[in-house]
Design a protein around this ligand. Sequence first.
Ligand SMILES: *[C@@H]1O[C@H](CO)[C@@H](O)[C@H](O)[C@H]1NC(C)=O
Ligand SMILES: *[C@@H]1O[C@H](CO)[C@@H](O)[C@H](O)[C@H]1NC(C)=O
Ligand SMILES: *[C@@H]1O[C@H](CO)[C@@H](O)[C@H](O)[C@H]1NC(C)=O
Ligand SMILES: *[C@@H]1O[C@H](CO)[C@@H](O)[C@H](O)[C@H]1NC(C)=O
Ligand SMILES: *[C@@H]1O[C@H](CO)[C@@H](O)[C@H](O)[C@H]1NC(C)=O
Ligand SMILES: *[C@@H]1O[C@H](CO)[C@@H](O)[C@H](O)[C@H]1NC(C)=O
Ligand SMILES: *[C@@H]1O[C@H](CO)[C@@H](O)[C@H](O)[C@H]1NC(C)=O
Ligand SMILES: *[C@@H]1O[C@H](CO)[C@@H](O)[C@H](O)[C@H]1NC(C)=O
Ligand SMILES: *[C@@H]1O[C@H](CO)[C@@H](O)[C@H](O)[C@H]1NC(C)=O
Ligand SMILES: *[C@@H]1O[C@H](CO)[C@@H](O)[C@H](O)[C@H]1NC(C)=O
Ligand SMILES: *[C@@H]1O[C@H](CO)[C@@H](O)[C@H](O)[C@H]1NC(C)=O
Length: 412
Amino acid sequence: MVCFRLAPVPGSGLLLLCLVLGAVSSYALELNLTDSENATCLYAKWQMNFTIRYETTDKHNKTVTISDLGAATYNGSSCGDDQNGPKIAVQFGSGFSWIVNFTEETSSYSIDSISFSYNTNDNTTFPDAKEKENFTVSDRVAFSVPLNDIFRCNSLSTLGKNDVVQHYWDVHVQAFVHNGTVSTKEFLCDKDKTLTTVVPIVPTTVPSPTTTPSPKEKPEVGSYSVVNSNGTCLLATMGLQLNITDDKVASVININPNTTNFTGSCHPQTALLRLSSSSIKYLDFVFAVKNENRFYLKEVNVSMYLVNGSVFSIANNNLSYWDAPLGSSYMCNKEQTVSVSGAFQINTFDLRVQPFNVMEGKYSTAEECSADSDLNFLIPVAVGVALGFLIIVVFISYMIGRRKSRTGYQSV
Ligand SMILES: *[C@@H]1O[C@H](CO)[C@@H](O)[C@H](O)[C@H]1NC(C)=O
Ligand SMILES: *[C@@H]1O[C@H](CO)[C@@H](O)[C@H](O)[C@H]1NC(C)=O
Ligand SMILES: *[C@@H]1O[C@H](CO)[C@@H](O)[C@H](O)[C@H]1NC(C)=O
Ligand SMILES: *[C@@H]1O[C@H](CO)[C@@H](O)[C@H](O)[C@H]1NC(C)=O
Ligand SMILES: *[C@@H]1O[C@H](CO)[C@@H](O)[C@H](O)[C@H]1NC(C)=O
Ligand SMILES: *[C@@H]1O[C@H](CO)[C@@H](O)[C@H](O)[C@H]1NC(C)=O
Ligand SMILES: *[C@@H]1O[C@H](CO)[C@@H](O)[C@H](O)[C@H]1NC(C)=O
Ligand SMILES: *[C@@H]1O[C@H](CO)[C@@H](O)[C@H](O)[C@H]1NC(C)=O
Ligand SMILES: *[C@@H]1O[C@H](CO)[C@@H](O)[C@H](O)[C@H]1NC(C)=O
Ligand SMILES: *[C@@H]1O[C@H](CO)[C@@H](O)[C@H](O)[C@H]1NC(C)=O
Ligand SMILES: *[C@@H]1O[C@H](CO)[C@@H](O)[C@H](O)[C@H]1NC(C)=O
């Protein structure tokens, strides 16, 4: 026999951020499964929400986000037996069901598959749904964790398939708990490993359709920084405009710094700046060191929600932009374009970045982009041309003056 305690706890740690973003409350789900001896055999605590797209009777696509899992039940969760592995089964709302199962290997266990079901028959959650039936999406995760370790991922993880995008964060899970004691040894997901300052990225209600504020408008300049134990280690000031050309539908999106979160990490050879917002899952700028004395923008990795709810993701780790000597910053006031792919470009305005060797939280001397220095080069030319022109004007006036005075003499 298996018994379990369940405790949906409001995500108190996230309350402040939720209020700031005006997002709906999020609930931490917690499950402590015990075996016949009352010893814990599976422990999990996590948060999740779901964004579902469906077709309406008038042939439009609608998107809903399910994030209130307050009254969840855990029927069908089990520690497994000889035939079946452990699984967590959660039911909430009107006909939602979420199941994850685990498998044991010799020295590790796997988070095997995640399956999510929803019923569009519920006309309050899915108003005007064309098809009224039960849908199920299943994803093979096959994520391996060392046996006797607890898996932790505070960062946002996303699973997207068909019409459903699943978000998970603040995840703690250990299957195959031995001796009834949940491990204190954490096995971190890659994202938690790279981020020194982990800001829980809370997805808001509906991934707001990427609004297009008149494209020609210049984006507002934002100031971003990354802090590690030694203080500020990365600085960036820039106005960003994203240009997506997908399916011949171009959309130009200005990033609003007021509603953009940022985080990142600094290492000796690489530095990361990550921006995110309700419509941008992540926009990563990865800087690297080359030839031991210069830095450059090496990689851009982006994932964002399009108007119709689908997710647009592109990465290029073979870029070469914003190149400047280590110990200085890179500056470009003119509009510049970072071409990530044929379908994705970033236009930058009033750019200044320093991903390495930041001293006392301030920018070091700037190396200017060629566009700006062309401008600087043009100034002496312009001054020369103006001077030459002035000389000609003075000379002509002098000649006219002379001729006039000569006429004056003749009339006398
Ligand atoms: C899980 O439940 C058992 C038995 O009720 C308890 O001893 C243990 O402390 C709980 N573990 C956690 C992490 O809540
Ligand atoms: C397990 O705990 C329940 C109450 O929580 C108790 O009634 C039961 O006797 C315990 N079983 C064992 C084997 O300790
Ligand atoms: C886990 O569930 C999936 C379907 O959701 C199933 O295909 C798979 O066989 C299950 N794995 C185990 C080990 O039970
Ligand atoms: C939802 O369905 C119920 C019965 O299935 C019906 O009584 C109700 O009017 C419907 N509501 C809307 C808004 O369509
Ligand atoms: C479980 O307990 C036994 C005896 O107390 C100990 O030898 C063993 O190492 C423990 N296993 C784990 C995984 O903690
Ligand atoms: C902090 O600075 C010290 C001395 O410069 C350096 O050895 C150390 O690696 C730095 N730590 C981090 C996290 O950057
Ligand atoms: C966006 O990209 C397309 C295709 O590369 C290009 O034709 C267009 O001029 C770009 N628009 C802006 C505002 O940069
Ligand atoms: C951002 O906030 C500043 C100050 O609160 C405000 O002046 C500015 O208009 C805001 N920008 C946008 C795009 O909302
Ligand atoms: C959403 O729009 C993108 C680009 O316009 C397109 O590639 C994608 O197929 C669309 N998805 C759906 C489900 O309509
Ligand atoms: C882009 O980011 C995603 C999610 O963090 C990651 O899985 C992927 O490997 C990254 N791509 C590149 C080229 O780094
Ligand atoms: C990276 O870009 C350079 C030129 O920009 C090109 O020669 C090289 O083949 C690219 N490498 C990969 C792996 O795409």
